[in-house]
Design a protein around this ligand. Structure first.
Ligand code: NG6
Ligand code: CA
Length: 513
């Protein structure tokens, strides 16, 4: 972040071609953040069994990055890092959050939404949140306004799911309250015990008329799908999984229309393609890859609706869109949706080893595309090494935001990478696996710190953790799929990366690089 003030790179000013007296109009910014969308899941990244014309269009009109990484291999830590510019592993409470987790980003912390707001943007969040709500874990009253929500984190408007679609409560939260609240069905939530007389996936599998579980996901049943956690009530407010994409897209479009005259920042975080995958029937059966493929098509449709809206309102030119994913791909993630059986040669992680959860590249290697017709020359592919940790400082420099001291400490201003004006690689990035193992990636190397845990995740799907009791070192220039551990041949490299990790771990907001 720091360099944004020492060396202000101000593309708005530097490359602006408009007449000097004309005020520079800040771009609208839309961050389209998919869930569990893998590197190989989009047509423009090589997918063959699913059509993604709208994402292809974005890539064609912008820059497609081939070496971009989420900060972590699961959702909560990835999103925490993206929105705050601080590595989630600096805090103990940023693992995959329950649906009744208290708000993890503290109201006093500075977020990407605060940043946009500070320079006059109107800000909004749609879709998956998964960073907790309310003051305290387990103590929310879902029948009243929540005492802490996204309004305290710089978002002017939000229409979100508290956690994931596979976790209760299965209701949308709009501006800190349950949307379409149904007073005839008060909501109760527990992650400890069931409510008396309520059916569960474990006890009543005959009620799972939409989707059955393959592992876990055997508690409260909503919409014929069993979830993680127990919930009672909700009535009319309960979501229908098949309508989630429509619902968040419609709300986002309404917001764009209402705020078309102001600069706006939208965090559009889709439920697709996370489990339970249950796309709307107009997408079902369309790809031949089952619900997972159809959910990718549904995601692409959402992107298309947003693009169409911008076109119609004449906002395309000066809207900066970044599209990416919160972690790598997963195929079977706990529901019997035949994702594995119907892959038919599709490679969700592309060329990378491992998946969501892994320390291997497949955990954090994700698609990333930027489009901003006014400033970015389209049709380009960039192999620059990039991490989402840097997006807050980079976008901050673009809009000339001032970061309060000690905020976004891990985020470096790499705006030139994003805009395609600077193709120098970041010298290193840090990746976090689900078990908190850290890895360092440079353009040439990958170092994975030792971990004694099992080689495969233990709860069902066949996914490599990347664990190894001794250090792993791969030469990525020739060994992109992390096959040959050559740590013993290059002890000096191993020491170098270990020293770097120690140094970054010790950083505080006073000593940030
Ligand atoms: C796991 C869930 C998985 C998914 C994941 C979080 C089981 C068996 N598995 O615990 O389905 O919800 O958590 O995914 O419950 S994430 O993308 O939101 O991080
Ligand atoms: Ca995810």
């Amino acid at each position: 972040m720091k360099s944004s003030f020492i060396l202000p790179l101000l593309p708005l000013v530097v490359t602006q071609t408009v007449h000097a007296t004309e005020p520079v109009k800040k771009p609208n910014v839309i961050l389209i953040y998919a869930d569990d969308l893998g590197y190989g899941d989009l047509e423009c990244y090589g997918a063959k069994n699913v059509k993604t014309p709208n994402v292809n269009r974005l890539a064609k009109e912008g820059i497609r990055f081939t070496n971009a990484h989420a900060v972590a291999a699961t959702s909560t830590p990835s999103r925490y890092s993206l929105l705050t510019g601080e590595y989630a592993w600096r805090r103990p409470d940023t693992d995959v959050a329950a649906g009744n987790a208290g708000m993890i980003i503290r109201p006093t912390q500075y977020t990407m939404a605060d940043m946009f707001k500070s320079v006059g943007y109107t800000t909004a969040a749609f879709g998956k949140w998964h960073l907790g709500l309310g003051d305290k874990t387990g103590e929310q009253d879902w029948n009243a306004p929540l005492p802490a929500s996204l309004g305290d984190l710089g978002f002017d408007y939000h229409y979100i799911m508290a956690a994931t679609a596979d976790r209760v409560p299965c209701v949308f939260i709009e501006n800190g309250q349950v949307a379409n609240y149904d007073s005839s069905a008060p909501i109760e939530v527990s992650y400890e015990r069931n409510f008396e007389g309520e059916p569960t996936g474990r006890n009543n599998p005959e009620l799972l008329y939409n989707l059955k579980s393959s592992h876990g996901h055997d508690m409260t049943i909503v919409n014929g799908i069993a979830r993680i956690g127990y919930m009672k009530g909700g009535g009319k407010a309960l979501w229908k999984d098949e309508n989630i994409a429509d619902s968040i897209t419609t709300h986002a479009i309404d917001f764009i229309k209402q705020h078309q005259k102001e600069p706006f920042f939208i965090y559009f975080a889709t439920n697709d393609v996370h489990v339970p995958r249950f796309p709307h029937e107009r997408f079902r059966g369309k790809t031949g890859m089952g619900h997972r493929g159809d959910a990718i098509a549904q995601f692409d449709w959402c992107v298309g609706e947003l693009l169409k809206t911008l076109d119609q309102l004449g906002l395309t030119e000066n809207t900066l869109i970044i599209l990416s994913s919160d972690n790598g791909a997963v195929v079977d993630d706990g529901y019997a949706d035949q994702a594995e059986e119907l892959l038919n040669g599709h490679q969700p992680s592309g060329p990378w080893r491992g998946n969501k959860y892994s320390a291997f590249e497949g955990g954090t290697a994700i698609p990333a595309i930027i489009r901003w017709p006014k400033q970015i020359q389209g049709g380009r592919v960039s192999d620059v090494l990039m991490s989402q940790i840097d997006w807050i400082a980079s976008l901050g420099s673009l809009i000339q935001a001032r970061f309060p001291k000690g905020t976004a400490i891990d985020s470096h201003n790499r705006i030139g990478n994003l805009l395609g004006t600077d193709n120098t690689h970041r010298s290193w990035i840090i990746e976090q696996a689900a078990n908190k193992t850290l890895s360092i990636r440079t353009i040439d190397w990958k170092y994975i710190e030792p971990h004694d845990g099992p080689k495969m995740i233990t709860w069902g799907p066949k996914i490599e953790t990347g664990n190894h009791p001794t250090p792993q070192l791969y030469y990525m220039k020739q060994d992109t799929s992390e096959q040959e551990n050559i740590a013993h041949l290059h002890p000096e490299k191993v020491f170098e990366f270990q020293a770097l990790l120690r140094k970054v771990r010790k950083q505080t907001n006073q000593t940030a690089l």
